[in-house]
Design a protein around this ligand. Structure first.
Ligand code: ADP
Ligand code: MG
Length: 257
């Protein structure tokens, strides 16, 4: 099958007079890892915000498995199979690791408040099953985090917070996970562990794909199948990192920083 899993065409958004994302084309295949790089303010996070439905594009389209999801609300896009993490951590510090992941599962549980009132036993059984699945997701990302699943998220060091956010993203059973600067605040050892985590998840979940905004060039050089470079809202290169990094336009974009 040649159709990409995620197909971004001609995607643009303007904020006032600023064109933050301009006519971006980007394809992501099943079981593929693509990194997005580019200078600060280039429009990388805005691109993820467009794909995940936080912003509506002024032009262009986003398709997932051929279905046009452009302009869908955030929760529908999440339910359709696109999960993400944010550049700044969005965990609930006063909740346990388990509860943080349970919150990410709300798109996948059927019981609502009414169910809980009318059929408490059924609702409780569903919640227990969900908690078990949440534990399994945490274990899939890190056995070490699993051991701490009943502690509060606020007590976690930065690298573990990033890991927990990936576990939460997995909770919606996504086809695509988008990570916005997952290695920020990590040292080299943590970044190596992150690379290993993503590789392991790719093996354990056939078909899962990652779209990762990154600054850490060690990660960018080793993890993705392809690298897309964004500068002033436009995609200026897309291909193997070894080729992309030598392109004069890419070097200029970085030298200009
Ligand atoms: P990057 O993630 O590549 O560092 P961003 O996508 O965060 O860059 O930002 C791209 C540009 O769009 C920046 O100039 C930023 O100030 C602008 N921008 C992002 N979001 C908004 C918004 N909600 N309103 C106005 N301008 C925005
Ligand atoms: Mg950003």
């Amino acid at each position: 099958m040649n159709r990409p899993l995620l197909d971004v065409r001609d995607l643009s958004i303007c904020f006032g007079g600023l064109v933050a994302v301009a006519e971006v084309n980007l394809a992501l295949n099943a079981s593929e890892i693509v990194c997005i790089i580019g200078p600060n303010g280039a429009g990388k996070s805005t691109l993820l915000n467009l794909i995940s439905g936080i912003y509506r594009p002024t032009q262009g389209s986003v398709k997932l498995e051929g279905q046009d999801i452009t302009g869908w609300p955030v929760h529908r896009i999440a339910a359709a199979g696109i999960a993400r993490t944010f550049q700044s951590s969005r965990l609930f510090n006063d909740l346990t690791l388990l509860d943080n992941v349970l919150i990410g599962m709300h798109t996948r549980t059927s019981s609502g408040v009414l169910d809980a009132l009318l059929r408490p036993a059924k609702a409780r059984a569903e919640l227990e099953a969900a908690a078990e699945r949440a534990g399994e997701l945490i274990r899939a990302v890190s056995p070490h985090l699993y051991a701490r699943r009943h502690t509060l998220a606020g007590a976690l060091p930065q690298a573990d917070r990033r890991r927990l956010e990936i576990a939460r993203a997995l909770a919606s059973e996504p086809k695509v996970i988008m990570l916005d600067e997952p290695s920020s605040g990590m040292d080299d050892r943590d970044t190596d562990a992150l690379i290993a985590d993503v590789r392991r998840l790719m093996v354990e979940r056939p078909g899962l794909s990652f779209l990762i905004i990154e600054h850490d060039m060690r990660l960018v050089a080793t993890l993705p199948d392809r690298v897309a470079v964004i500068d002033y809202g436009r995609k200026i290169a897309d291909g193997d990192f070894s080729e992309v990094r030598l392109m004069p336009r890419v070097q200029e974009a970085y030298l200009g920083q």
